[in-house]
Every structure is written in C-alpha cells, then in structure tokens.
Design a protein around this ligand. Structure first.
Ligand SMILES: Nc1ncnc2c1ncn2[C@@H]1O[C@H](COP(=O)(O)OP(=O)(O)OP(=O)(O)O)[C@@H](O)[C@H]1O
Ligand SMILES: [Mg+2]
Length: 606
C-alpha cells in the first residue's frame, strides 16, 4: 500500500506545536504573561478557574495590538519581535517564535481583546478550536486581554493528562513565583474560582519585600547578596547561607538575561560551590541572574524556552562557581553579612579574602563592630605558656590571648565576644556586645583545622605519585578522547594518563594524597565531569574529604576542658576563618541570643 505525502491542515500543525508549547495550564499562563511583559505591561491580572483548565484570563496594561493585526497575532509564525536571523541571534524579548497564541488557540476556546493607548476603542477576535472568527469592535481599556477556556476540549487525549485542580494551580503558582522574582517591578494579582489568592505588589522596587513575599522571611534573613562581573558576564542575586538549606531543589531560580531557565551546568557550578558547607543531601536555595551579551547565548533551543545554550559554557560554569564559592567563604562566624535593602546595585559582600586585610563588619550589623582579622591563635589553643584567665572577668577588658597582635585596641568587642564559660564540655559561652553566643566547640575547631589544612595543601599543589605498575583503565571512546584532549588538566590534578587504545587509558601516576583511595574510580568520575561540564573538581573534592577527616580527628574532642584564654583563641580564630559558620558537615558552629531575646524569656521590658 502506498501512502501519499500531503501537507497537514493548519489546525493540525498548530495542535502539534501546542504539544510542545502547551504542556499544561501553567504553560499558557507563562506564554501569556511573557507576551504582556514584552508589551511593556506594568500590571497584570490573572483570573483562573479550576486550576486554569476551565478558564485562564489575563489582562495587561501593555502596548496593545492594532485591530487589523489581531488575525496575524493568532496565526503561525507571525511575530512583531524579530524580523531576521540577526534579530534571532540577539533576542532581547521573551517571545520570538510567533507560535504561542496560535498553539493555545488551537486547543481551547480562545478570545483576544486589545486596544492600543491611542485607539478610540478596542477590538476582539475569537478563535474556537482553531477556527478564526471576525474582528469585532469591543470596549476595552488600553492593553490586552486574553481568555482561554476549556483547555484541550478538542484534544481529549491531552485533556486526560491534566491533573487535579490543586496540582495544576500549584504549577501555575510556582511559575508565578519565578516570574515575581524576575520582574520585581511588576504588579501581579491572581484570583482562583472568583477569590483573590495572591498579590505581588510592585512596591517601588522594594527587592527585599518581593523576596520575602515569594520565598519567605527566613530566606531573606539568611540571604547573601552576590554581584560579580568579569569577562563580559555578570551574575547577581541572592544565595541562601548554608544553614538555610532545603530538602529539594524548590528554591533554585536561575535567569539568563531575564528569562527563567534550567541549566544543568550552572546548577552544577552552584552545587560545587556549596559542596563544602552544605549538610549531606541538602539543597541550596538561590535566586541568580546571569547577564551576558545575547549573542553569547542561544535561546532558541526548545519551543517552551526552558533551556538555553551557552557559547562558552565552561567559562560560565567557572565564573558562577568562583563567585559563589568566594561569597560562601565569607561566612565567618560572627560576621553580619550585608543584605541590601533596595534594588540599588549591590555592595557585594564578596570582599577580597586577603588574610592580611582588615575586614569590616557590615554597616548594617546590629553590632556595628569593627573587626580585625585575628592572627592564628590556633597554636595557642594547646599552649601551656598562655596566661591563665587574662581578660576573664570582664567583657570590656583587652583580649586574653596574645592581645597585642590578636585584637583591636579600640576597646571594641569582637563579634563573637569574650568567653565566659564552657558548658558540659561541649559548648563555649561568650558574652557579646548585645547578648550571648553559644559555640559548638568541636564543630568550630574542626572547621578551623580543615580550612588550615586546605590552605596548606593549596600552596603545595596536587603532587602526583607514580604507580609501581601502570594501571590500564577501560573507558568509553568519548572519555578516552577527553582524556587525550585534557591531558594538561589531568596533569594539574595529579594524574599522568596516556591513551593506549580507542577505549583504554594507561595511568602512570595518581594524585599523591589520594593514592590510597580508589584512583581508578576517581579518574572515571573526573572524565565524566570533563565530558559534561568541561571541568572537574572531583580531585579537589576527594582531597577535601580526606582533609576534613584529618581535621575531625585533630579537633578538640568534647569534654576536654578549655581554659578561658583557649576559648577566646577559638573565638578569634572562628572570626578569622573562612566558612567558619558551618562545620565540615554543614552544621552550624554557633548561635546567638540577643539581650532583647533573653529579656523576652523573662518578660522583661514589657
Ligand atoms: N499581551 C500582548 N500585548 C501586545 N501584543 C501582544 C500581546 N500578546 C501577543 N501580542 C502580539 O502578538 C504576537 C504573537 O504572539 P505570540 O505569543 O504568538 O508570539 P511571540 O510572542 O512573538 O513569540 P512566541 O511564540 O515565542 O511567544 C506578538 O509578537 C505580539 O506582537
Ligand atoms: Mg509570545
């Protein structure tokens, strides 16, 4: 039997396209809001019924569409946003494919009403299951209204896949959160089944208010502002401090030139940056905006535009990793980090980490303290020559341990204050300018030891150790190619690898510190990373794990009695050590109770 080739009818073409663009009601909300934003809307109203399956009605106050162009707006491959390949390669609008409206109209009962600001009245166009009606005059305030009823009524197979109302609504709300974060200047009002359910205020660009509305106050309290530019790239936004971690990836928002996307490579870079400070199995929370020349990113990868392709993915991975890694390193115990309170370009807390430089507590620090880097008092922790009990009785006396170098002489109290006691051999209690600090002594000491070991090993580099008998490792051809192409990278990591066949490698040396581990498994993981992300931190990670174990063994055990000077030395070291807010396993090392909080325990001052 021969089957002749024929062109598909327009409606079917649109329904096929709808398969990619319209997955569920949330995809429609996304497309319609993106259109409103592209039209310069400031305020968007969203009415939903039955999780959007029965009705989605979106009104905006944007530029509107001319009456005679309404039929074009709902026809395929018609767009006002690009006109040439050059435009496509430098897209600055959210839409550009000219297929969202026709796709949506092909699988619903669709109504488009619009009026440009200078037009006397508006016009409406109805499309029912793909049948385009006549343009009719209609009263309408300036802007556009799109109504989508009975989604998939004419595609029963798709309708079956719609989930219960609650689930579809949750998808819409999640998308709205993502949007509310990306466009803090836009007001959004949402109602469901006739009841207002959410309102995002434009709020004069009050970033913190919007962050709090979308992600909650806890996120805001633990958010760190990052803002870094280099090599034509800028990454800015907020990352949560490690103690605010999540069980899932539900608060991870990435925007590339304002577009919400998922990107494995950037997600991986973030994960790597948090690796050292996050409790096992926990996920970081972040809102990050990556900005770069549109020519350096291809947005036309997927009809729903959830993904992009970077021309220099490796550079971006590295840039994001470094920015976040450095920002997280700044979380030293006691340090108040700067969270900006306006949408002004940030004063990034990413301060240079030269250990000789005095560093400054944030101007917004409730303590308002000036802090100096304490030179290592680590050795003094076990030293018997330390004068006992110096500075014991008053928080205002000079610092106990090696006071001449260790502290400011301005009489200012350091962020973690002065030790007053040890509790049950586990915790150090310290009096601070505004209350009480409790430190988990073992956890804190472990981190300090770990950071010192890392620094010491960083200066040594990753030395390699030759194997007595070279190791033959069978790999996939792609991995063997990568091993050959990245021989230099592997050498820097301590591996000496040559290719011995299409799918085999010869390993002559391995990183010295890790020779006792399983170097073959490590090499395989490194190759997978190099294939996927163009770089690998596996060796560093494995090394760090080893150093962390060493630090754990070296750290003061619980129930060891510390003298006050030893405790003070520990506090000063915590203030000076990167990442000292978390122990090596991501648990917090300290906590603070302000006097006001303590007063509340006793109902004082009421
Ligand atoms: N809310 C709106 N306000 C003003 N113009 C609109 C609005 N919605 C759609 N349009 C116009 O209709 C055209 C078609 O919209 P449609 O969403 O189908 O395509 P697009 O946005 O150009 O590309 P994409 O398919 O990538 O979304 C747009 O190019 C725009 O000119
Ligand atoms: Mg569009």
């Amino acid at each position: 039997m021969t089957v002749s080739i024929r062109a598909l009818p327009e409606l079917l073409i649109n329904q096929i396209a709808a398969g990619e663009v319209v997955e569920r009601p949330a995809s429609i909300v996304k497309e319609l809001i993106e259109n409103a934003l592209d039209a310069g809307a400031r305020r968007i109203d969203i009415e939903l019924e039955e999780g959007g399956a029965r009705l989605i009605r979106i009104r905006d106050d944007g530029s509107g569409i001319a009456a005679q162009e309404l039929p074009l707006a709902v026809s395929r491959h018609a767009t006002s946003k690009i006109a040439s390949l050059d435009d496509l390669e430098a897209v600055a609008t959210l839409g550009f494919r000219g297929e969202a409206l026709p796709s949506i109209a092909a699988v619903s009962r669709f109504l488009l009403v619009s009026r440009r600001h200078d037009d006397e009245h508006g016009a409406a166009l109805r499309v029912d299951g793909g049948n385009v009606g006549e343009v009719m005059p209609k009263a309408q305030s300036a802007g556009t209204m799109v109504e989508v009823r009975d989604l998939f009524y004419n595609v029963p197979a798709r309708r079956k896949f719609l989930k219960v109302e609650r689930t579809e609504l949750a998808h819409i709300e999640e998308w709205l959160r993502s949007l509310a974060l990306s466009r803090m200047d836009i007001e959004l009002r949402v109602s469901h089944n006739g009841k207002p359910i959410r309102r995002y205020h434009a709020g004069g660009g009050d970033t913190m208010a919007r962050l709090s509305e979308t992600l909650g106050e806890e996120f805001v309290r633990s958010a760190l502002r990052v803002d870094q530019s280099a090599a034509g790239l800028r990454v800015q936004g907020w990352i949560a401090q490690p103690h605010y971690s999540r069980t899932g990836a539900d608060q991870q928002y990435l925007y590339v030139n304002g577009r919400a996307v998922r990107d494995r490579s950037v997600a991986h870079a973030v994960k790597m940056a948090y690796q050292d400070v996050l409790f096992h199995g926990r996920q970081p929370a972040y809102v990050l905006f990556l900005e770069l020349d549109p020519h350096r990113v291809d947005v036309n990868v997927h009809p729903a535009k959830h993904e992009v392709r970077f021309r220099d993915a490796r550079l971006i991975h590295d840039f994001v990793f470094r920015t976040l890694h450095e920002a997280l390193a700044q979380i030293r115990a006691g340090l108040e980090l700067d969270i900006e309170t306006s949408s002004q370009p940030a004063v990034a807390p990413v301060v240079p980490s030269q250990s000789t430089m005095p560093w400054q507590a944030s101007a917004q620090s409730p303590l308002g303290l000036r802090v100096r880097e304490a030179p290592s008092a680590y050795a003094a922790l076990y030293s018997t020559s330390v004068k006992q009990d110096a500075g014991h009785d008053s928080a205002n006396t000079a610092v106990p341990v090696r006071s001449s170098e260790a502290m400011d002489h301005d009489g200012e109290i350091p962020p973690l204050g002065y030790a007053i006691a040890q509790l049950h051999g586990i915790y150090v209690l310290a009096e601070t300018a505004d209350g009480l600090v409790v430190v988990d002594m073992h956890a804190a000491h472990e981190r300090i030891g770990y950071e010192k070991l890392k620094t010491a090993h960083d200066t040594l580099g990753l030395r390699s150790q030759p194997l007595l008998v070279p190791l033959r490792v069978a790999v996939a051809e792609r991995e063997a190619d990568v091993a050959e192409a990245e021989a230099q990278t592997l050498t820097e990591l301590g591996f000496e690898v040559t290719r011995s066949g299409p799918q085999s490698l010869n390993v002559r040396s391995v990183p010295a510190l890790l020779a006792q581990a399983d170097p073959e498994a490590l090499l395989r993981d490194v190759l997978v990373d190099l294939c996927e992300h163009g770089q690998s931190r596996r060796v560093m990670t494995a090394r760090d794990e080893l150093l962390a174990t060493m630090a754990c063994h070296g750290a003061v055990r619980a129930h060891r009695k510390l003298s006050i000077p030893e405790m003070n030395a520990l506090l000063r070291d915590m203030e000076a050590t990167e990442r000292s807010g978390q122990c090596n396993h991501g648990r917090p090392t300290w906590t603070r109770f302000t006097l006001a909080e303590i007063d509340r325990w006793f109902l004082r001052g009421r």
